[in-house]
Design a binder for this molecule. Sequence first.
Ligand code: GLU
Length: 297
Amino acid sequence: MRLSKVLRAGAVVAAASLALAACGGGSDGDSGAAEPSVNQEAEFEAGTTMAQLNEAGTVTVGTKFDQPLFGLKGLDGEMEGFDVEIAKIIAGKLGISPDQITWEETPSATREEVIEQGKVDFVVATYTMNEERAQRVSFAGPYYQAGQDLMVKKDNTEITGPDSLKQTNARVCSVTGSTPSEEILKYVDKEQLVLFDVYSKCADALRNNQVDAVTTDNVILLGLVEESGGDFKLVDKPFTEEPYGIGIKKGDTKFCEFIHDTLREAAQSGDYEEAWKNTAGKVSENTPELPELGTCA
Ligand code: GLU
């Protein structure tokens, strides 16, 4: 299957663990993201999603609102994060400026549904491409490769990886409809797992000692660690591959190919790297390269 090929290709980079950049600071209130260029001359084949969005001059994007570094809505209403920047790059190629993007919060369990129902035009939301989801939506990408990891309180020395969760009888928090919430059941009993709809609630539960660990992708946890001001730490032993895709309506091959061209151009022009450096790159030491893209179907 085509998707399996993508997953295998991505596996090479997946194991790379994340390290916190030594810089510490970085919270100068400046999201720092340079505005991506808007393609004023964009012209598209009639009847395509691209033509329709270009004509409308607006686009609705599904993303997360509570995930620092990837998708975060600030108190001022401004959106920031790597997913947000990727979405702006795609919108720009469609001739749509960032202020014409409507951001729709899409918690993990709602992503397929909002695409199917046409409530959003595409989803960029730490969204792992997999066979099960590909039954309902199509994916462009991957544009990033993450890996599932664990986050614990800073002074926790007992939880050292997924294999230590059973013997310590740890309560582990994750999110409904996410791949980590399913994968973790290989390591813990159902009774040990606590599920919320969004990861910020897991972070609150960890702070209040209602759970002992939070599990999801390393880059999401990294954002929550950064936000905790030193209270939390990443276990930093990723144990899955999570290739992030852009979710679109099932079978919209032309839109998928357009997104692939856009991603390749962004990688070549340096916009992809810039998007990373202005967001997750402020905390993560590793600057990713655009992974090998899959086949649109
Ligand atoms: N990437 C995983 C997923 O799509 C976890 C992150 C998330 O829930 O958004 O399920």
